[in-house]
Ligand binder design. Sequence first.
Ligand code: COA
Length: 165
Amino acid sequence: MKKEHVVIYPGTFDPITIGHLNIIKRALRIFDKVIIAVAEDTTKDTLFTVEERVQMIKESLKGYKNVEVDTFKGLLMEYAKKKGVHTILRGLRTVQDFEYELQMALANKKLNPNCETIFMMTEGAYSYFSSSLIKEIAHLKGNIKDMVPPPVEKMIKKKFFNKEV
Ligand code: COA
């Protein structure tokens, strides 16, 4: 039987952006399955609850096969072990990401030597996106249509202005 190649794409996803989706869709051409793992314990002060973040990802990826949306608590490496997955995918946007990602990849390798972190370069058009930047623009009533999928735009507007779009 052919071995299934599964990858975990972890993050806070507060909220998921078009940049994250681009990485997921490209990863689906390489891997048999992508597990999007939403971190419950994060140092970030999140705008959305973990349930809301999961709901937005599921709605944004409606119709996509071979995608699992899950949450995890505690160490990512413990979660990977539990899932029996040996590959972690991270996106790289600019050189600023590199040092943080290198530190995290090395620490994760120390914790679980059987797990590899691989990186995918973000497509140029999305390299300046971040969830915080998008939340700031939305809060100041800027247009975020081309930055987030429609379910996310709807949720952000509801959160900030209690308004349906
Ligand atoms: N397009 C657009 N934006 C992107 C992007 C892309 N392709 N890739 C990343 N980003 C943005 C995110 O929106 C986010 O923006 P923000 O900082 O404004 O919120 C930022 O880049 C980084 O976010 P993300 O990729 O989601 O990673 P993260 O730093 O939020 O998540 C975890 C890091 C959760 C994976 C990591 O902290 C973790 O594994 N935690 C579990 C505990 C653990 O094991 N700790 C030890 C780790 S060594």
